[in-house]
Design a protein around this ligand. Structure first.
Ligand code: ADP
Ligand code: MG
Length: 427
């Protein structure tokens, strides 16, 4: 018998003290914990108080026989899986069918053959252990299936994102032409307006000199129609159109960068441009509650899959914004600081991007799990818990490193290192 088996508990139910004594001694010598009772009702009570691993149950007992006792045990949700082995004298009329029907798994006969009793108990305890293991594995499997289902829905989602990317790229491309048309035209319009206003001034001066009555009439007309106000408004209006057009161009440009469809090849890109377009797309979430501080040091172009890297910045920046929103209390000085610089680690040069926030920080016990798929501390519907695990995969795919450090209720810093191609760059 191995050590593990010997710790298991056996409940013996038998009304013959001599039998009990033998069984107690034998199993105790083998190292099992043995409890003994002398009637069916006592057996049911003893099992209910402290469920054993196996029950040896005498068939023939005066108050309640073994079959009845067994049936009652099997009706109890907490006890029904405990294996029951019947004990029966060979001389008795032992009904095997009733024994199995009432829920027994096996039987031994009196006079008890010690070796046989031990072997049967051992076998059924082992079976029960495997049953436990199987149940556990089943639970794990069904959890894995749940996760797989979620991952599948995420995949479907990313498929949708991919087609959304194509759509966005298309729209951005289409809007780009008319918006630059509007922008250039409004610049021209603004110049023309300035010219016409100048001309109008010259006419006025001329009339002033040679045709006083007409000038009088013009002045009255100007007063009636708030000419001076309209005059001042004109240049403001054309400036607004230009500002609006510039802003739309910026957004369109960001959308084009963000939706780049670039699975196939690594491209050397300007990461700052990528970060800036992500910030522009997150503008509505940052608004004026959070100050974005840029500390961009000079960095070389980085070989990467641009859309994936955009996704990294989108995930890390969104988390930073959410961590600030979740902080209590949020102050007027909340900020996100973005630092870019070149560094060397173990003699290998990397572009180092740090994104720090003044959010709620990450407790130590949470820190070990933030990169795990499906890990989230956010309420259902807000976080899927996939952002950082996807981010981590993307960074690894680029041969890079992502690390986090945090102080609770003060903030978090994510550091991303991406390798660069040109190893001759001087640091
Ligand atoms: N900047 C941050 N500040 C505080 N906690 C963070 C930050 N970034 C990530 N976390 C923690 O890591 C968890 C996992 O993040 P993520 O994988 O993006 O999933 P989600 O944002 O959907 O919860 C978050 O739920 C949060 O607890
Ligand atoms: Mg997230």
């Amino acid at each position: 018998m191995d050590k593990e088996m010997k710790k298991e508990t056996i409940l013996v139910v038998d009304d013959t003290p001599a039998n009990l004594e033998i069984l107690l001694r034998v199993f105790q010598i083998e190292g099992y914990k043995v409890r003994a009772v002398t009637s069916g009702p006592m057996g049911i009570r003893a099992a209910g108080n402290d469920p054993p691993d196996i029950i040896l149950l005498d068939v023939s007992m005066p108050e309640m026989n073994g079959y009845e006792t067994c049936k009652i045990l099997k009706k109890n949700e907490a006890l029904k899986n405990i294996p029951v082995i019947f004990i029966s004298a060979l001389t008795e009329t032992f009904d095997k069918v009733t024994a199995f029907e009432s829920g027994g798994v096996d039987y031994i006969t009196k006079p008890i053959q010690i070796e046989e009793a031990l072997a049967r108990v051992k076998t059924h305890l082992a079976l029960r252990k495997y049953q436990f293991l199987l149940e556990e594995k089943n639970r794990e499997l069904s959890e894995t299936i749940d996760h797989l289902k979620e991952a599948q829905s995420q995949l479907i989602n990313s498929e949708k994102m991919a087609s959304l990317g194509v759509l966005t790229a298309g729209i951005a491309h289409e809007i780009n032409n008319p918006i630059s048309f509007i922008y250039t035209s409004s610049l021209g319009l603004s110049k023309d307006i300035a010219f016409f206003l100048d001309m109008q001034k010259k006419y006025e001066d001329a009339f002033q000199k040679c045709d006083q009555p007409l000038m009088q009439e013009i002045n009255e007309y100007k007063q009636d129609y708030d000419f001076d106000e309209r005059f001042a408004e004109l240049s403001q209006l054309s400036e607004n159109i230009i500002t609006g057009a510039k802003r739309i161009s910026g957004i369109v440009q960001s959308l084009r960068l963000f939706s780049r469809i670039d699975e196939a090849d690594l491209k050397e890109i300007d990461l700052v441009e990528n970060i800036e377009s992500t910030i522009l797309l997150l503008h509505h979430k940052i608004s004026n509650k959070i100050n974005v501080v840029r500390e961009y040091g000079t960095i070389p172009p980085v070989p990467c899959f641009p859309a994936k890297i955009s996704q990294v910045f989108m995930n890390v920046l969104s988390n930073a914004i959410e961590a600030i929103e979740e902080k209590h209390p949020m102050t007027d000085n909340e900020q996100i600081v973005i630092v870019t610089k070149l560094i060397k680690r173990k003699d290998v040069p990397y572009v180092n991007i740090e994104i720090s926030d003044t959010g709620k920080g990450i407790p130590e016990k949470v820190m070990n799990h933030i990169f795990d798929p499906f890990f989230t501390t956010k309420p259902v519907g807000k976080g899927m818990g996939l952002g950082l695990s996807i981010t981590n995969n993307i960074i690894k795919e680029h041969g890079g490193v992502i690390e986090a450090s945090a102080i609770e209720n003060q903030g978090t810093t994510f550091r991303i290192l991406l390798p660069i191609r040109n190893t001759e760059i001087k640091l």
